[in-house]
Design a protein around this ligand. Sequence first.
Ligand code: SF4
Length: 400
Amino acid sequence: MAKSNFTKTLLQSYIITNCERRLFFELGRNKPKLWFDPVRPIPMKPPERLIFQRKYLIEKGKEYEKEVYTCLKKLDNEQFKKDINGNLANSNLNTTSINNYYDTLTKEPKKTLTLLEYQYSIPQSFFSQIFAVKPSATILPVDYSDQRPDILLLGNDLNKFLGSDQNFEITNSGTVRKVPSNELNTRIGITIFDIKYVQDDHVGKKHFLEIFYYLKTLAVQIKDLGLQNKYYIRANLNGIFPYHTFKELNNLKSVDDLFDLELVNIISWKEADRIYLHVVEIIKGLWQNSPCPIEQIDLNFHQGCGYCQYINDCKITLGIKNGSDSRSWSSRVLPFTSKSIAEQLIEEYNLHTIGDVLDNVDAITIGSIPKPIYSELPTLKMKAEALIYDRVVFPQPGQT
Ligand code: SF4
């Protein structure tokens, strides 16, 4: 079976690179005929340097997860399975287990159940909302796998951490809805946290996206299991359990402490939803136009490209071929130059290549309305010169 290519990592990679071309490569990897026309071989393995970096981060992340689980397992009402070595094992969020939790929580509404490493399937209907059916594509154009958030909290006692009248849910169609107060007597809220080896102030957009992918898929799965009258997925009390010292983790004595001691970072849900919907819209657009030539999809050549497995393919698009003159390379190759500045050079000033920039950048007249490109003109010329003559170029006196 093909390795899943529609994952939270795929969504996050767009946020990290801001590159539609990369997203397109990743989406089309498993079923290229549905995406690329013409089909051409693309690298399947990330570069060594990324594999090494990822390996280190995964190891550190696992170590930290273990520390957090050790503290969480001491709390009341934790639900988890152990493997033969006593480590936390995966559990399944199935109809029987979740119905049992419902019975417990309706009898004891002050209780919150904490489910660790519970796995659930994503119904295919979730992907049907993203990938519209086409006459030329009768199968789903991507492969996906189950989801397993680190921490699921079940119970309505947690609503005390929301302002009054602030109960919002993610519906199975992906929209956000206010939960009427009468429904709170019969439906139980679910909250998701993921443990990350990351400083609290580094929690950002890519984490927002990951959490919303969990929320949106779980909402569809709850509906698919016929449990939407018993449960709802909270839109506004989810987030990341970031890095804390062992001392801080040891202060955790109850589920309430997660919030009272600010051990979790509650993500800004409106922004998270906006980011999620934006990425999904881009994916829908890419699918709509597929299959198409890879060159048709916009790229964002930037300093992070050195970690991208598709760099050699993109270099060809940008005119960097064996033995080619650097004068003919695209202006997008200018190092440390934002996508918008490169686009302005090409579209507004007709400076398509590095040679065009070197020869003509001085002719750009500074208008009375300030533009960010004006302050960059001297450095753009220096960068073009350095690339063409393959040497270090220093600023002239007074140019710094
Ligand atoms: S190398 Fe850069 S421009 Fe090309 S796909 Fe990767 S991120 Fe995008």
